[in-house]
Write a protein that binds this ligand. Structure first.
Ligand code: CO8
Length: 259
């Protein structure tokens, strides 16, 4: 499929997805949300892709949902727009492959929410994060009220959301919102190296680990332990488990086939 506001490059098993609407700082409009929806379905089904990197063109990662598009909405249109974004972001979060956000600049509102639905966030020193919505008379609407407290704790999330403060990459790292901060010119290389490192591991084991973490974090400990046990058990039905353990015993590097 052709995308008008996204660019996609697939290389060595990694899909690099760039949100490409720099004149409005990659603000998320209905077109971009629809294209992300279609693209992540495509990536789920593309066996040649084992990891995804999400980034933005220009000086922003994503400067939020499109304020111009939202400005005339009534309550039901606002709810529908919020639900659309939340559904797409959940699809990204549940992709059966790791998704890395390479945050190159502004990640505000819907942009911060987009970064948060990714598995891992690498930030450029130039990145800025925040949930400015209350300054616009709305709440975060693409699940920021849910993912931010899960990542940084309730107190810090409330402070950031109530004040609409924008924080720099160093502060985002300090509070656990991002995994790593790098110089701007190192951002993509760092994200690609991370994706390639993960791609060398057993893909089904990575996928099952992601599912165990995502599902286990939503329920009580006993249920979560059962979820892990099932997914752990399923690994023993894979060729990659046989290969991984055989390679260890033969003191050589494992070669995984995603089977
Ligand atoms: N929406 C629409 N257009 C935008 C947005 C946005 N979020 N952000 C920037 N733009 C546009 C500007 O209007 C400007 O357009 P133009 O050139 O036509 O005037 C262009 O991008 C460049 O922006 P600036 O000139 O403002 O660039 P600066 O470098 O001076 O400032 C900032 C950069 C600080 C990022 C500034 O653009 C800004 O504050 N942007 C808005 C940030 C924001 O408030 N984001 C949150 C939006 S709300 C949201 O995301 C809610 C998500 C949930 C929605 C649920 C729906 C129900």
């Amino acid at each position: 499929m052709e995308y008008s506001k996204l660019s996609v490059k697939k290389e060595n098993g990694t899909a690099i997805v760039k949100i490409n609407n720099p004149q409005s700082l990659n603000a998320l409009d209905s077109t971009i949300l629809g294209e992300l929806d279609a693209l992540f379905t495509e990536l789920e089904n593309d066996c040649s892709v084992s990891a995804v990197i999400l980034t933005g063109e220009g000086k922003a990662f994503v400067a939020g949902a499109d304020i111009t598009e939202m400005s005339g909405m009534n309550a039901s249109q606002g709810k529908a727009f919020g639900e659309k974004g939340a559904r797409v972001f959940r699809k990204i979060e549940l992709l059966s492959k790791p998704v890395i956000a390479a945050v190159n600049g502004y990640a505000l509102g819907g942009g911060c929410e987009l970064a948060m639905c990714c598995d891992i966030r690498i930030a450029s020193e130039k990145a800025k994060f925040g949930q400015p919505e209350v300054g616009l008379g709305i709440t975060p609407g693409f699940s920021g009220t849910q993912r931010l407290p899960r990542l940084v704790g309730i107190g810090k999330a409330k402070e950031l959301i109530y004040t609409a403060d924008v924080i720099d990459a160093g502060e985002a790292y300090r509070i656990g919102l991002v995994n790593k901060v790098v110089e701007p010119q190192e951002l993509m290389n760092t994200a690609i190296a991370l994706a390639e490192k993960i791609a060398k591991k057993a893909p089904i084991a990575v996928k099952n680990s992601k599912e165990a973490i995502n599902r286990g974090m939503q329920c009580g400990m006993d249920e979560a332990i059962n979820i892990e046990a099932s997914l752990f058990g399923l690994c023993f039905a894979t060729e990659d488990q046989k290969e991984g353990m055989k390679a260890f015993m033969e003191k050589r590097e494992a070669k995984f086939n995603n089977r």
